[in-house]
Design a protein around this ligand. Sequence first.
Ligand SMILES: [Zn+2]
Length: 138
Amino acid sequence: MSDNKPRADLPTIEDASKPYWDAAKAGKLLIAKCLACEKVHHYPRPFCPSCWSEEIVQVEASGRGTLYTYSTVYMNDLHPFKERLPYIAAMVELEEGPRLMTNMVDCEPADLEVGMPVQVAFRPITDEIDATVFQPVP
Ligand SMILES: [Zn+2]
């Protein structure tokens, strides 16, 4: 990274979310599972949003899901999004159930269809952080 513009795409990494980002760097998508009610959730939280139990473990998701909805973004003045325009903002529903906000990569908007199968991919955004993105299943 050679420029010093403030970046709008970096996550705030907290204790509860650090394992998620460490796993992403290692090419794994983690979701949280509640040991009390066995439901999974995402994004990472220190308690279960279904039953409020704090008995949460991180489990590796399959990385497969379906495209729930998406939007092609043509305008965003914030660095570094401005340099990536147009890009595809999407919500993906994981095979395990949770939905997550992400970007679709390696595809054109015309290639996309709601409900299509997608799979996780990881893109370095800094030396330490990989973003979780998705691409169509080939
Ligand atoms: Zn629970």
